[in-house]
Write a protein that binds this ligand. Structure first.
Ligand SMILES: [Fe+2]
Length: 201
């Protein structure tokens, strides 16, 4: 029998109903995205941990170690990013502008809020294939990074405070192949209160 030593991951609840982000993101997308896609990353990360524990107990001699570590990196990163993404959003508002500490920081580091928006949107729109745009905190600095899949082209040790999923599963049902339109609409649902709280951590 396997002794569980690593805590298994559970799918976190959304902080709002599946229809809360309409019309920017539909109930249908949110339901599938949370209950199928995010769940698959939770399941995948746990499966990789299961395999590694069996290996440690001498029961996993056939294990493809490299592939299992690749699975752990991909699925664990997918889980982490989605968990931040859900809390980064809220009910849409047409004029949804940040204020206070986050606005000051964005102005200090990017010139203006609009300049930051343009940079973040450019990252989101230029991801090749599946990935994310992220705003990440590194001590006192903020960096925009473009993540491929869930775990490539990032930077180790930085803390994402705002993330945008640009995998097709995040927008295709609502926007078809028009990723740009989805990225531009995203600003209406950004929960700047959550981003500000993450900045302060
Ligand atoms: Fe996703």
């Amino acid at each position: 029998m396997t002794t569980i030593k690593h805590k298994r991951i559970e799918l976190p609840d959304l902080p709002y109903n599946y229809d809360a982000l309409e019309p920017v993101i539909s109930k249908e997308i949110m339901t599938l995205h949370h209950t199928r896609h995010h769940l698959s990353y939770v399941t995948g990360a746990n499966a990789a941990m299961d395999k590694l524990e069996k290996m440690r107990e001498g029961l996993g001699l056939e294990l493809d170690y490299k592939a299992t570590l690749r699975d752990l990196s991909f699925h664990l990163s997918g889980h982490k990013l989605h968990s931040i993404f859900w809390t980064n959003m809220k009910k849409p508002e047409k004029k949804n502008i940040p204020s206070g500490a986050i606005l000051e920081k964005l102005e200090e580091q990017f010139g203006s809020f609009e300049a930051f928006q343009a940079e973040f949107a450019a990252a989101a729109k230029s991801v090749e294939g599946s990935g994310w745009a992220i705003l990440a905190k590194d001590n006192e600095d903020l960096h925009v990074l473009e993540i491929q899949n869930h775990n490539l082209l990032g930077a180790v040790g930085v803390n994402p405070i705002l993330v945008l999923d640009v995998w097709e599963h995040a927008y295709y049902l609502d926007y078809q192949n028009d990723r740009g339109k989805y990225v531009d609409a995203f600003w209406q649902v950004v929960n700047w209160g959550d981003v500000t709280a993450r900045l302060a951590r």
